[in-house]
Design a protein around this ligand. Structure first.
Ligand code: FAQ
Length: 311
């Protein structure tokens, strides 16, 4: 890759042109996108597990129908994202193998257990809320297929966020026991939600280059701050307390100050040692193995059809 090619590519990015699958692109750009879109796809699919755990135990038919639809949406998001990554020359099989071997990451947040029904509220409100904050800017990502996939994904995430917040609101205004459940869920999900945005800017290895290529439009810390500023008033509105004694409005910066994130916990979870990492990967491995006969049958069918056509 010579200087002239890289400069011409950067000029297209700077001019806000979308890069499309057959366009020439630097190998690093392609690899970064495969890594990020792959991780994003895996997150959606693994993200079905914590909430899937509550579908059979939802407290009413209405709640069950909404949760079922939400989890199904996540499956759909995973499929769009795998397809977007496939336009970069990687196959779904390869991506799945990387997930199962631990080479490809998925969001740390999905390695925490869902202990009560209130966790379903907290996930919708906080986890989908964080996902939206991170993904709205991705609708303007320089890579066309990823940017376009994000538009529909964000619309659906917005429904998910409201459904979660509404669960929290109802619990927070319910009996003392229900309010206690909502508070306990907030206590357990708040810090892991802040960790979703990734390491702080000083420790984020990919941010500078990804910002230059306009894959990312904001840094991890910028998005984390926006999320805190948007979410704290929502929690206070329903009478919940955030588990952070250092959380305080800062008039001067026009945002909240908040306490230090436990980065040791973050890296432990990212490296595979969170509370549910083993179960999550085991569930995906089982699904992949259980589906082997479907892949084999589809392949055999395609080969038969091809042979028939050629006969
Ligand atoms: N968990 O240099 P950076 C959802 C890794 S939303 C695990 O800052 P980058 C919806 C990172 O990959 C969740 N690993 O990296 C839903 C890198 O490792 P690598 C998914 C993390 O890429 C809601 C290393 O640390 N959303 O699923 C995490 O510039 C409810 C260094 O980090 C997306 O994936 C983490 N939290 O920035 C579903 C959005 N943070 O790859 C169900 C797209 C960082 O070199 C229910 N992704 N790492 O081995 C992104 O925006 C970016 O990839 C970031 C990380 C911001 C996540």
């Amino acid at each position: 890759e010579d200087e002239a090619f890289l400069a011409a590519f950067q000029a297209r990015i700077d001019a806000e042109e979308k890069i499309e699958p057959n366009d020439p692109m630097p190998e690093g750009y392609r690899k970064t996108l495969v890594r990020q879109i792959g991780q994003h796809a895996h997150s959606e699919i693994v993200g079905m597990l914590p909430e899937g755990n509550w579908i059979t135990r939802a407290p009413s038919l209405r709640r069950k129908a909404a949760l079922l639809a939400k989890v199904q949406d996540e499956g759909g998001h995973g499929l769009y994202l795998y397809s977007a990554a496939e336009t970069l020359g990687v196959s779904r099989e390869e991506m799945t193998e990387e997930l199962l071997s631990g080479k490809a990451k998925y969001s740390s947040i999905f390695n925490y257990p869902t202990q009560t029904w209130a966790d379903i509220g907290a996930i919708g409100w906080l986890v989908d809320g964080a996902a939206i904050m991170n993904q709205i800017p991705l609708c303007r990502c320089s890579y066309g297929p990823y940017a376009r996939a994000m538009i529909r994904v964000c619309k659906e995430e917005s429904f998910h966020q409201r459904q979660g917040y509404e669960i929290m609101m109802r619990l927070a205004r319910g009996t003392p026991e229900q309010k206690e459940m909502a508070q306990d869920a907030l206590n357990r999900w708040w810090w892991p939600s802040l960790m979703m945005f990734g390491p702080s800017d000083g420790d984020s290895q990919h941010s500078d280059q990804s910002m230059k290529w306009k894959i990312k439009r904001f840094t991890n810390d910028e998005l984390r701050q926006k999320f805190v500023d948007a979410t704290v008033p929502q929690g206070e509105f329903i009478g919940l307390t955030f588990p952070d004694p250092d959380l305080k409005w800062n008039e001067e910066k026009g945002g909240y100050d908040f306490g230090a994130i436990d980065w040791d916990e973050f890296w432990r979870v990212v490296k595979g040692h969170g509370p549910m990492n083993r179960e999550r990967i085991e569930a995906r491995r089982k699904a992949w193995e259980d589906g082997a006969w479907v892949r084999e049958a589809a392949l055999a069918h395609a080969e038969k059809r091809k042979a028939r056509r050629e006969a």
